[in-house]
Design a protein around this ligand. Structure first.
Ligand code: SAM
Length: 207
């Protein structure tokens, strides 16, 4: 895994941390007792994003969420949440819990700001986390706008979702998984956006 030391250290700005021989630890405090301080949890370095940030246009977000067939009590995960528009729209429009994951600290800040501005902090959580190291078991709706190769790489995690869970992907298919629905939406520039929907367990497709 490649790390970005600068980004990592930037994330630590403002917190009082000592870097000793590559090990991060909180400074020892004189508490006046003999009780040893519990070691601080190591700060997690950010991973370089596997794909750059390109936002899904809002009318395409709306169509993706329609295709996700969201019901009361659903939990939506957006894997690579960018500026948080999908998770915020899901919470505002459908009143469901939603979690957005991204590795880019800038995107995390933008998402958190969008959550704050829309007053959906009770429903939406934003996590700085690599989607390939994320447990998806709590989700029953997953949204994606990544790449076909990354969708394919996510298959082992997505296959474990509860039966009936919906996966909706903007623009990119998932090799070997037959979509249940494929819908085209006009773009603002004369082209079109393709949206794929799968229901777990999906039908296999010739690769
Ligand atoms: C094309 S954008 C999609 C943003 C948003 N889902 C949308 O549709 O508007 C992809 C996002 O995935 C994030 N990303 C790339 N690799 C990632 C990884 N391994 N773990 C978490 N996020 C990742 C990028 O930082 C970027 O914000």
């Amino acid at each position: 895994m490649r790390h970005r030391p600068k980004m990592w250290l930037a994330g630590l700005a403002g917190s009082c941390v000592i870097l000793t021989s590559g090990v991060l630890s909180a400074p020892a405090q004189d508490t006046g007792t003999q009780t040893p301080e519990a070691p601080a949890a190591p700060a997690k370095p950010s991973k370089v994003p596997d794909v750059i940030f390109v936002p899904t246009p809002q009318h395409v977000v709306d169509k993706m969420l329609e295709l996700a067939e969201i019901k009361k009590g659903d939990v939506l995960y957006d894997l690579g949440c960018g500026d948080g528009r999908i998770v915020v729209t899901a919470a505002k429009k459908y009143g469901v819990k939603a979690v957005g994951f991204d590795v880019d600290p800038q995107r995390i800040r933008e998402s958190q700001e969008r959550v704050r501005q829309n007053g959906v902090g009770d429903l939406v959580t934003i996590k700085q986390q690599d989607i390939f190291e994320t447990d998806l078991s709590e989700a029953n709706v997953v949204t994606l706008y990544l790449l076909s190769s990354l969708n394919a790489k996510l298959k082992p995690q997505l296959e474990k979702l509860k039966p009936g869970s919906r996966i909706v992907s903007h623009s990119f298919a998932m090799r070997g998984a037959k979509p249940n629905k494929v819908v085209k939406v006009k773009s603002d520039y004369g082209g079109e956006h393709t949206i794929y929907q799968w229901v777990v367990p999906w039908e296999k497709e010739e690769e």
